[in-house]
Design a binder for this molecule. Structure first.
Ligand SMILES: Nc1ncnc2c1ncn2[C@@H]1O[C@H](COP(=O)(O)OP(=O)(O)OP(=O)(O)O)[C@@H](O)[C@H]1O
Ligand SMILES: [Mg+2]
Length: 310
């Protein structure tokens, strides 16, 4: 394995045994994330996303296979220093204030007292927690804890940022903040691995994505490739014609408010437009329909045949 990659896994598997039942949390995951890439892990509940992350951080041990982070084993504590991590359910010490907690995290990550004061001050502002920095964490709302945890992940200026559901519990502004932080970090050259159920965020932010279902890798690739590969159709939004009239012409149509959207093969654009206009339709808009990542997700989960959990 080379070190051109921030993350490499080969046949990575994690099985649990609960009573007599074997639970396959992850099975034979092989993937690589290049340095500087923003990589999204997608999948329904129980797919194995957090398991993958925990294996990369040596929080759990693999049943089989191996993982490398910047060419080092996750067991190597020096290697782990390069990672900033936002857990699924962050639990910072609740009797410290936000500022005290981040200062502790900064000192533990190796910053001097002066450096940590500056860094923590900057981050509190960056995550919108400057005003609440002197309140103990026990009194924070869920979103406030999440914001402190995001700052916690960033405090040591990591080369690899691993974010497990970074927008969980955040309001619209908080979600925007996470998107901005990811883009800023990417600009700095940080590699980012994150999982999210908010597919438009994944679509907007990631260079590549992997889709896990039932512990197995179902699809991976560049977002742009995944979105065009599966049926690039043309969509025309039309009015002054009924859905029934369009269907009678043999066209695939669906209602969209007072208008109708017609979907067809781009090679037939001229023919379909002439046919519709001949029937009295007014064409308002013509756009190539993108296959959304959400649709890809639903189709993959529905058609994999892999048992979905829970
Ligand atoms: N300690 C454990 N003991 C037994 N089973 C476990 C354990 N941890 C995870 N699992 C199981 O492994 C599977 C994968 O869990 P994981 O937490 O990786 O899912 P996930 O993709 O992160 O889901 P979510 O979107 O709900 O966070 C689940 O079926 C879960 O019940
Ligand atoms: Mg999870």
């Amino acid at each position: 394995m080379t070190t051109d990659f921030a993350i490499e896994t080969r046949g990575l598997s994690k099985h649990y045994r609960v009573g007599r039942r074997a639970i396959i949390a992850l099975e034979g995951l092989t993937l690589s994330v290049a340095r500087g890439e923003v990589f999204g892990l997608l999948g329904p509940n129980g797919a194995g996303k957090s398991t993958t992350i925990k294996l990369l951080l040596d929080l759990i041990k693999p049943t089989a296979g191996e993982a490398l982070v910047f060419g080092r084993s996750p067991r190597d504590s020096e290697g782990r220093r390069t990672i900033g991590f936002l857990p699924e359910n962050p639990a910072p010490y609740e009797y410290l204030t936000g500022e005290e907690f981040l200062s502790l995290a900064a000192r533990l990550s190796g910053l001097s007292a002066a450096e940590s004061k500056t860094r923590v001050g900057e981050l509190l502002v960056r995550v919108g927690m400057a005003k609440a920095s002197n309140i103990i964490i026990r009194r924070y709302s869920k979103g406030m804890v999440q914001r402190i945890a995001l700052a916690w992940a960033l405090v040591g200026k990591p080369s690899l940022l691993i974010l497990d559901e970074p927008t969980s519990g955040l309001d619209v502004l908080g979600r925007q903040l996470v998107r901005e932080l990811i883009l800023e970090e990417r600009q700095r050259g940080t590699t980012i691995l994150f999982c999210s159920h908010i597919i438009p965020d994944v679509e907007r932010l990631c260079d590549r994505v992997a889709l896990l279902v039932g512990g197995k890798l179902i699809k991976q690739g560049q977002v742009s490739e995944l979105l065009v590969s599966e049926g690039a159709l043309m969509e025309a939004t039309v009015e002054s014609i009924t859905l029934e009239a369009l269907k009678a012409l043999g066209l695939e149509a669906r209602a969209a408010g007072s208008r109708v959207v017609v979907c067809f093969d781009p090679a037939k654009t001229q023919e379909v437009l002439t046919q519709m206009m001949g029937a009295g339709a007014r064409v308002c808009e013509l756009t190539p329909a993108r296959y959304s990542l959400e649709q890809l997700f639903v189709d993959a989960v529905t058609h994999t045949g892999v048992e979905e959990r829970p």
